[in-house]
Design a protein around this ligand. Structure first.
Ligand SMILES: Nc1nc2c(c(=O)[nH]1)N[C@H]1C(S)=C(S)[C@@H](COP(=O)(O)O)O[C@H]1N2
Ligand SMILES: [Mo]
Length: 377
């Protein structure tokens, strides 16, 4: 039988269930509701009774807290996120909400509610708590559904205790318990990820797979170190191999000489960041905002800059073997890197690229030069 306890975890005493994080919901006399919304507006507002009227699912869940305690086989009962969203979608369609109008056949009359444009396809889900600090956490939507995320109303055959998230909490099986939000108030469907409270402030890993020990941004970090790194934005000289910093706000980051092999900076804000002399081999910069960032003398071999904004970025003296700038099917922004005459890449560096990448970079620089758009610094 496979082990039930992920690496680095210990079982709590039988019958014990620690309380972690916030202790109670916001003091609020209004009836409890759960709103499902996307960027274009509200899909549906559930009362607790409406949630309880959805098909109820029983899940036996192993709880693993990032602080190393585990509690196995807790019986939760509630509505699967999948069923909540299905109902919310029907509800939105009935009200002519823009998102659902998109999937209607061409020529169908447009929705009559907000008259809003369709929201972009949701790829992430953010759960927001009815708590003083509006605690939140997020997951890729397909992952949340595949993990059988539950909107739970009961634990161990009884209504959830308030301190454990009652009357309604999220339970995400297979992730550290910080992805399981207490006191659910809003479910937001997002095109781009929005980091949750612990993820943004304490450097908690945004994927949180306990079997891979994804506790903090990088495997070498403690919580305190992760917190300090984010507050100071100073990675200089640090060993942060495989760090997952995707979607973070890291403008002005100092990472001179840092070991950042395999680092994930996907969708990150990195304006004016300094990666001079850093090892960034195989690092991921997809869709990152790298305007005016410097990579002087850095090793960026095998790095992926597809869709990154590289205007004003300086690659002087960097090793660019195997770097990807251009998306094969769409050799232009936004899916390929935004490069212009202010992007500093020397001719001998361009020669390190594969022919299609070379053609893309040269084309992007020339197009700008001949348009006279930007001046060479
Ligand atoms: N609203 C809210 N939800 C939250 C937290 C929090 O501080 N506020 N902490 C998270 C963390 S780190 C853990 S381990 C679990 C703890 O849930 P429990 O107190 O029921 O054990 O809730 C998660 N959900
Ligand atoms: Mo936790």
């Amino acid at each position: 039988m496979p082990p039930r306890l992920p690496p680095g975890q210990q079982l709590v005493a039988p019958g014990k269930w620690p309380i972690v994080g916030e202790r109670r919901p916001r003091a609020d006399a209004a009836p409890w509701t759960i709103t499902v919304a996307d960027a274009a507006g509200t899909w549906c507002v559930f009362s607790l009774e409406a949630l309880a009227a959805l098909p109820q699912t029983d899940l036996c869940v192993d709880i693993h807290c990032v602080t190393r305690w585990s509690k196995l086989a807790v019986a939760f009962r509630g509505a699967l996120l999948e069923h909540v969203l299905e109902h919310a979608r029907r509800c939105a369609a009935a009200h002519g909400h823009a998102e659902t109008a998109r999937s209607q056949p061409a020529g169908a009359p447009p929705g009559d509610s907000d008259g809003a444009r369709p929201a972009p396809e949701p790829r992430f889900v953010s759960f927001v708590a009815r708590s003083d600090r509006r605690h939140s956490t997020s997951l890729p939507l397909d992952e949340a559904l595949a993990l059988r995320t539950l909107v739970a109303l009961q634990a161990e055959g009884r209504p959830l205790d308030e301190e454990h998230g009652g009357p309604v909490r999220v339970v995400v099986p297979g992730r550290y318990f910080y992805k399981s939000l207490k006191w659910l108030e809003r479910i937001e469907l997002l095109a781009d990820d929005r980091l949750g409270f612990w993820e943004a402030t304490a450097g908690y890993h945004n994927t949180a797979d306990p079997w891979q020990q994804q506790r903090y941004m990088a495997p070498t970090l403690s919580r305190r170190e992760a917190e300090r790194l984010l507050a100071s934005r100073d990675f200089s000289g640090r060993d942060l191999r495989s760090i997952d910093a995707a979607h973070r706000q890291l403008d002005g980051l100092q990472a001179r000489g840092a070991l950042l092999r395999d680092a994930r900076f996907t969708g990150c804000r990195l304006r004016g960041a300094c990666f001079d002399g850093a090892n960034l081999s195989n690092a991921h910069f997809r869709q990152a905002d790298c305007r005016d960032a410097t990579f002087r003398g850095a090793d960026v071999e095998g790095a992926d800059f597809t869709g990154a904004d590289l205007r004003g970025a300086d690659f002087t003296g960097a090793s660019l073997l195997g770097v990807t700038f251009c998306h094969e099917e769409e050799p232009s922004p936004p899916r390929s890197a935004r490069i212009d005459a202010t992007t500093r890449i020397a001719p001998q560096q361009i020669e390190q690229l594969t022919p299609p990448q070379m053609a893309y970079v040269l084309g992007a620089i020339r197009a700008q030069l001949s348009a006279g758009g930007a001046s060479e610094a």
